[in-house]
Design a protein around this ligand. Structure first.
Ligand SMILES: C[S@@+](CC[C@H](N)C(=O)[O-])C[C@H]1O[C@@H](n2cnc3c(N)ncnc32)[C@H](O)[C@@H]1O
Length: 284
């Protein structure tokens, strides 16, 4: 396991995934009923954009969160404004930074910020160093249960949740050759055990194996959000998707409003597409 999310924190893929995550959480916490959230591949929880890892790739700046952050702009779609507010709130915890974004929240931080007392959140991370960082990030916080554990096994063990309402984020690094297979197997088991749950699965769009994976995912009839950067140097991730199974009501509408704005503001070479089970529509 060599993958460290710190190299990629705040890049276009995180922006897409985290805008969708914040909106899913908002819509799923509107009802006065408890929610269970499982983050199967949680990462370190928060990232230093001025640190060595982020600076080495510069991904948060080139086509990433740095392009969107800053004072609120008129016309920002509501889902994007809420995501940017969550990012800014996390950054503020570390003190003033002279108007520059220094810290970026990972998925567990965004989940934690959205949950209400009584909701339940389990974050799994297998890499010992990242799991330790995640435990430190939430030290003393009883609103999160951090486990150094295999997220796929947790998915099987923890579903269905007693709450009967749940969101599962599956966001692996895709460095193992059997990752697609493991993910699909775990997802099938999860959906069999908890058919009404909402599942958000992030994946890279890069080669034939990824295309075959995306075709297999289609059997779950997800709503798929895609983002693509044109003119990216070879070897770097240029496109990704987020497949959302059982999206809550109004999620698609919110993403149709959000993604064209995001694509325009991330840079001239960014394209976004929304695919329903029956149609694929470029939105930028
Ligand atoms: C893409 S990163 C997660 C980023 C995070 N979800 C976010 O949005 O901020 C993937 C993480 O999964 C971890 N990982 C790899 N295999 C795992 C497994 N089987 N179970 C849990 N975590 C795993 C990696 O160490 C890495 O930190």
């Amino acid at each position: 396991m060599n993958y460290r999310h710190g190299y990629h924190a705040g890049n276009f893929a995180d922006v897409l995934k985290h805008i969708a995550l914040c909106e899913l959480l908002r819509l799923l916490t509107v009802k006065d009923k408890k929610l269970f959230v499982l983050d199967t591949h949680a990462g370190a929880g928060g990232y230093d954009l001025s640190g060595n890892l982020a600076r080495r790739t510069g991904e948060a700046e080139a086509g990433g969160i740095v392009r969107l952050a800053g004072p609120p702009r008129g016309g920002t779609p509501a889902a994007v404004a809420r995501y940017l507010a969550a990012v800014a709130a996390y950054d503020r915890k570390f003190g003033p930074a002279g108007g520059k974004l220094r810290r970026y929240p990972g998925s567990p931080r965004l989940v934690r910020a959205a949950l209400r007392p009584g909701d339940r959140f389990i974050a799994c991370e297998l890499h010992p160093g990242e799991a330790l960082a995640l435990k430190r990030e939430f030290a003393g916080d009883r609103g999160v249960e951090v486990r150094q554990a295999d997220g796929y096994k947790a998915l099987k063990a923890l579903l269905p949740p007693v709450e009967r309402r749940g969101l599962v984020l599956i966001d692996p690094p895709f460095e193992a050759i059997d990752e697609y297979e493991r993910l699909l197997r775990a997802l099938r088991q999860g959906v069999r055990r908890f058919a009404t749950g909402c599942y958000a699965v992030w994946y890279p769009i890069k080669d034939e194996a990824a295309s075959a994976f995306a075709a297999d995912l289609a059997s779950f009839k997800p709503l798929v959000l895609k983002m693509q950067l044109e003119g990216i140097e070879p070897g770097r991730l240029a496109a990704c998707g987020l497949a959302v199974i059982n999206p809550p009501w109004r999620f698609e509408e919110a993403m149709r409003a959000a993604l064209p704005w995001v694509a325009t503001h991330l840079g001239p070479s960014v394209r976004a597409t929304i695919c329903t089970p029956t149609a694929s529509t470029p939105v930028s």
